[in-house]
Ligand binder design. Structure first.
Ligand code: GDP
Length: 420
């Protein structure tokens, strides 16, 4: 398969990083096309834990070329800190990790703005400055990677940014950074970044023309999409398939789209969550699943699998295959529930509601499954306990998409591909 995309079908944190890492072993190029350092992918190799926010998870495979494309809100601080841990692990990145000239920079002032908005409006972001960075792109105030090499442009943009943002920061009792501080930050970044800057769209087009194996690494998930998600509790971009071409700067239709879903549901921060379990079950899922954010360590809210939300997500992301993660987390439970419909009063909902006040009121209807025993050591998809296979068959039938594999633990090898 020449072009494969991995996208999250829930509210992010589905375990995409691990699948990307596995698929990257066969890829020539691994590409990030959306989101910023508010996304976090965790890959565990031989007990060593790597957390990536900006660098594609495929970097762990020495033969891949990794691209951070135009659609990513590029946070240089996160980039340099990930580079440092890769260097410490003796993973060379030079000449195989490239950053788009057109990517917009997350500046220190964007992080302060996130903090200010949180203080004034309580919007609860990851405070990584990603929303303000994308907003400035739309306002035409942003600084792109290429602009770092034009001191006159940076000077003028910093001046405007300070004029526009200082009143908001002061209102939130945050002292705006000085012009000189922002300017020297840009100068420093321009020097340290120079050898990684490239025309990533041209590199990708050339790779496509040569028939290279390309892996597109989605961040976050469909339900966090700025338009299709549970607005306003969403991220500020298109993290799934619809963000690919615009985020890459190349028209791309992946032949294979792998939709990743966890076998239960989690979400971070506020927003409607029909299948949430706030009691013991929620605690069990959080504890066993290690459901604490890779970016902020915030505890994730946990609940049962939500098929109406997943059906909606499948319509948007059009997966050709599903990959179900964390089957081990549900192992040992007596009963496992799956929501397969929403009801309000006597009415069954046939469509996923656009109005979140409706979503807040829906009553989830559940189908119960018998729990399964240990899955970690089974070694093959076909040898999964029959209860787990029944659970997976139900997901396939309801979503109309085949399950191509599952994950049964956090380690690189704990992944079972289905062979037909
Ligand atoms: P992503 O953003 O979709 O890549 O998800 P994260 O990396 O933030 O969260 C997934 C977490 O689950 C990471 O800590 C992974 O190591 C872990 N993980 C992935 N697959 C499995 C699995 O099958 N079982 C368990 N127990 N953990 C998993």
């Amino acid at each position: 398969m020449a072009v494969t995309a991995v996208v999250g079908l829930q509210w992010g944190d589905e375990g995409k990083g691990k699948l990307v890492d596995a698929l990257a072993a066969r890829a020539d190029y691994v590409v990030r096309y959306a989101s910023g350092s508010n996304a976090g992918h965790t890959v565990i190799v031989n007990g060593r834990r790597f957390v990536f926010h900006i660098v594609p998870s495929g970097i762990l495979h020495q033969r891949t070329t990794c691209l951070i494309c135009r659609g990513v809100a590029f946070d240089p601080e996160s980039f340099f800190s990930e580079l440092k841990s890769l260097q410490e692990a003796k993973i060379a990145c030079e000449r195989r990790l490239w950053v788009s000239r057109r990517a917009h920079l997350v500046l220190p002032i964007h992080k302060l703005e996130d903090e200010a908005l949180d203080r004034l409006l309580g919007i609860g972001t990851t405070k990584r400055g990603v929303g303000p960075c994308y907003a400035d792109r739309a306002y035409r105030l942003g600084i792109r990677v290429i602009d770092l090499y034009s001191p006159a442009t940076i000077r003028q943009r910093i001046k405007t940014l300070l004029e526009v943002k200082s009143p908001l920061l002061r209102k939130a009792q945050i002292e705006p950074p000085s012009f000189d501080r922002l300017f020297s930050w840009c100068e420093d970044v321009s020097q340290r970044l120079q050898s990684f800057v490239a025309d990533t769209a041209a590199i990708l087009q050339k790779a496509l023309n040569s028939g290279a194996e390309i892996l597109l690494e989605g961040a976050q998930g469909v339900m966090l999409d700025i338009d299709h998600g549970t607005y306003p509790y969403v991220t500020s971009c298109h993290p799934a398939t619809d963000g690919i071409s615009s985020g890459c700067g190349v028209s791309l239709l992946p032949q294979r789209v792998i939709g990743v879903l966890k076998c239960y549901t989690t979400r971070v921060g506020a927003g409607p969550f029909p299948t949430e379990e706030e009691g013991d079950i929620g605690e069990i899922l959080r504890g066993r699943g290690g459901e604490f954010g890779a970016t902020t360590s915030r505890p994730r809210r946990c609940g049962w699998l939500d098929l109406p939300a997943l059906k909606y997500a499948c319509r948007i992301a059009a997966p050709t295959q599903l990959f179900v993660t964390k089957l081990d987390v549900l192992a040992g439970l007596q009963k496992i529930k799956v929501c397969n419909a929403y009801r309000i009063g006597q009415d069954m909902l046939t469509e996923f509601p656009a109005d979140i006040s409706v979503l807040e009121k829906v009553e989830p209807l559940f189908k119960e499954f018998c729990g399964w025993g240990d899955v970690k050591g089974v070694g093959a998809f076909s040898r999964l306990p029959f209860q787990a296979l029944e659970f997976l068959a139900f997901i396939e039938e309801e979503l109309g998409v085949e399950v191509g594999g599952v994950s049964v633990g956090s380690e690189r090898m704990e992944l079972l591909e289905r062979r037909s």
